[in-house]
Design a protein around this ligand. Structure first.
Ligand code: FBP
Length: 694
């Protein structure tokens, strides 16, 4: 029967409340779009000029001298007031310009504001200036696919996350033909300059384009983007020029909100270990920052593992008059033991739960895996070079790939004396689970990078952890500590004398958390202990309260895995990233208007208060070095890894035991909360850059 109060669908759909609550635009979006980021003071000067800063020195690679001769001698450039410019240079500064902009690589929060800053400044100096956005990353440049950025387009994306306005891609401009196509697109559009917003590989691309476009008079400026935080620039003498790439802060905060929620859940129902893998293709900066934000119980920093030395092994070998080369660097097995050690320690103080953070790129720091990655890179690259068809197309499934490897191992592929893949490699590789083999054989990206985001790193590590934990359990070493007050009250209420039984079953009867003796690993061994201590006879049953205590101490390791990456990458930017990126856009414009090329726009003093921020240009060519890519050495911008001597790492190392909270009962979780645009969040910035600036 029809309800008399039921409104017609038409009425419902046309009701203003329906319109309001189902609109695509909510209060947060309106607020974001209308927010005006703060501008660095220099940008209120009518004109600017460039001051060369040769005092900032870098060791650069000789290869850069050869292949980037026109930009390798660039200095760091500081943007300073330029009121004293000549009339003609003021006119040149304000001339109408066509500027192209392209996103390259994975999205990072704040990218739209770089374009907003660039657009606003270009229009401020000359309303006839135009900004063109190339679509879908470098492909847009190659295929001449672009849109003209308009006021309404940019206004819809101000302070909003993602790169959706013009989208992005990972194509590498790595051939003469692609260089020529890019140049043609830029010349057809009569571009004065091209701005490449990207990570280390994209800034590498920007440097090569700058060199290539030099004669055509088209300037190329890079912008440091990547949530991974691995673009950090320091001079040779340690002065910080670029503390962090944009997008890092937001992504870390977004991950941390989720991780922090897990610490709350874990400590509420006390039954899971949450294993959180966070993005960071190689460097572990995001893990370090998320740890500072949340005080998670256990975090692995890849760079620390690479540096690991097993002193016990060295000692043992020395005694035997030998050298144990395997003592240097971390193995997967050893890593799983370190994790187990932390789990066992927490369990001993009654906490068989916790939250751990694993960096996505951790395997790159594990010796045995790194060797596989390097060898497979070379094998795949060689195959692609020799054959007319790509390795992954020739061998679409794992069986085919494994057969090909075996074929090389038997010496049928590589005729050289030392084949890159030998029978030992093949045997070791075949001992790995197939999902891991598949992961290691995954297709490399265009830049030759191993795609860690596609490997179930957490599964590989945690499978080993589970296996080892069950061994420790069998050995009686993995037990949940029982709070003494709890034990005493349970015994007393059952009229059992706690001390008498306590001495028989616990190895530390006087401690706050009681641990059942290692020899007691089953109800049978429990009974034996009580009989041996003459507390019961062979015919008696073990008292129920004692059985309950035993069961309570018997751990069941349960875990949940989580991957934080794409979600944080797509988050709307924090205030820090909004202000940072808008000023990067302004900086890019001022570098262009002052004729710079081959430079990366950057903000010096990011780690300090906003009024100390300084816009600069950093010579990209001087940040490059030779690196193995697709089995060959290539000149690329060097990634910045976690520095084990940095303040941030040293503070983490000093505090991590407190955060593990193994010996105390007190977890020290921190709640960073969500990425907010309202409230007092204006001054928040990455914790690692604050620490590193002390
Ligand atoms: P960029 O270096 O391009 O900024 O990308 C970084 C990143 O977010 C990594 O953290 C992650 O491993 C990778 O992108 C994932 O890439 P894809 O989008 O190709 O899956």
């Amino acid at each position: 029967m029809k309800d008399k109060n039921c409104k017609s669908l038409d009425f419902l759909l046309n009701h203003p409340k329906t319109g309001h609550v189902t609109s695509d635009v909510n209060t947060e979006t309106i607020e974001r779009r209308s927010f005006s980021p703060k501008k660095i003071k220099i940008f209120s000067s009518k004109y600017t000029k460039i001051e060369e800063c040769p005092e900032y020195k870098f060791k650069h690679d000789h290869e850069a001298l050869k292949v980037l001769p026109d930009i390798v001698n660039n200095n760091v450039q500081r943007i300073i007031p330029g009121q004293d410019k000549t009339e003609s240079s003021k006119q040149t500064f304000s001339k109408p310009r066509n500027i192209g902009v392209v996103f390259s690589g994975g999205p990072a929060p704040g990218g739209h504001n770089v374009i907003a800053g660039l657009y606003d400044e270009a229009k401020k100096y000359n309303s006839d200036s135009k900004v063109f956005g190339f679509l879908l990353g470098p492909d847009g440049l190659l295929e001449s696919k672009y849109v003209e950025i308009t006021q309404s387009l940019i206004d819809a994306y101000r302070n909003m996350g993602g790169f959706s306005m013009i989208k992005t891609g990972r194509t590498k401009i790595d051939s003469k033909n692609k260089m020529e196509l890019s140049l043609k697109t830029c010349m057809d559009l009569k571009l004065d300059a091209l701005v490449v917003i990207g990570g280390d590989d994209s800034n590498t691309n920007a440097a090569f384009l700058a060199q290539q476009f030099k004669n055509a008079g088209i300037k190329v400026i890079g912008v440091p983007k990547t949530i991974d935080g691995d673009i950090q620039v320091k001079t040779d003498d340690g002065q910080i020029l670029c503390a962090i790439s944009f997008g890092f802060h937001t992504a870390a905060r977004a991950f941390s909100q989720n991780i922090s929620n897990l610490t709350t859940d874990a400590s509420s129902d006390t039954k899971y270990w949450h294993v959180c893998k966070v993005m960071g293709r190689v460097a572990s900066h995001l893990t370090l920052e998320s740890t500072f934000q949340t005080h998670a119980n256990l975090s692995l920093i890849g760079e620390e593992l690479a540096d690991y030395t097993d002193h016990q092994r060295i000692k043992k070998a020395k005694k035997e008059g030998a050298v144990d080369y395997t003592a240097y660097g971390m193995t997967l097995r050893h890593l799983s033991r370190l994790i187990c050690d932390a789990i066992v320690r927490r369990a001993a103080s009654g906490k068989n739960f916790g939250v751990m953070i694993i960096p996505e790129g951790i395997l790159d720091f594990i010796n045995e895996i790194q060797v596989f990655i390097i060898k497979l890179n070379k094998i795949i690259a060689d195959y692609n070079y020799i054959h007319d068809i790509e390795f992954h197309s020739s061998f679409p499934n794992l069986t085919g790939k494994l057969e090909y490897l075996r074929h090389i191992a038997r010496g049928m592929g590589d005729k050289s004396k030392f084949p890159i893949w030998n029978l030992r490699d093949d045997d070791l590789f075949n001992q790995l689970p197939s999902f891991f083999q598949e992961g290691l054989l995954v297709e490399r990206d265009m830049h030759g990078n191993f795609q860690f985001s596609q490997v179930k790193t957490e599964k590989i590590i945690m499978d080993m952890v589970k296996e080892y934990l069950s061994i420790l359990k069998e050995q009686g070493k993995y037990k949940i500590g029982i709070e003494r007050s709890y034990y005493t009250s349970k015994m007393e209420s059952a009229n059992i004398i706690p001390d008498k039984f306590g001495k028989a079953i616990f190895k530390n009867p006087d401690e706050k958390f009681l641990l059942i003796k290692e020899s007691i690993i089953s109800l049978k061994t429990l009974k034996q202990a009580l009989v041996a201590n003459e507390l019961i006879t062979q015919e008696d049953n073990v008292p129920d309260p004692i059985i309950r205590i035993f069961k309570k101490s018997d751990p069941d390791f349960k875990m949940q895995t989580h991957f934080y990456g794409y979600d944080g990458r797509g988050s709307d930017p924090t205030h820090f990233d909004c202000n940072y990126t808008y000023n990067l856009g302004l900086t890019a414009f001022h570098l262009i208007a002052n004729n710079a090329t081959g430079q990366m726009a950057a903000i010096k003093n990011l780690e300090k208060k906003f009024d100390k921020w300084e816009p600069i240009g950093i010579p990209i060519a001087k940040l490059m070095h030779l690196e193995e890519r697709k089995g060959k050495l290539e000149l690329v911008m060097e990634k910045s890894l976690v520095d084990l001597n940095s303040n941030a790492f040293r503070v983490f190392k000093a505090l991590r035991d407190e955060w593990l909270a193994a010996e105390s009962n007190q977890d020290r979780y921190r709640r960073p909360g969500p990425v907010m645009f309202t409230g007092n969040t204006q001054k928040d910035k990455p914790i690692i850059i604050t620490l590193n600036s002390i």
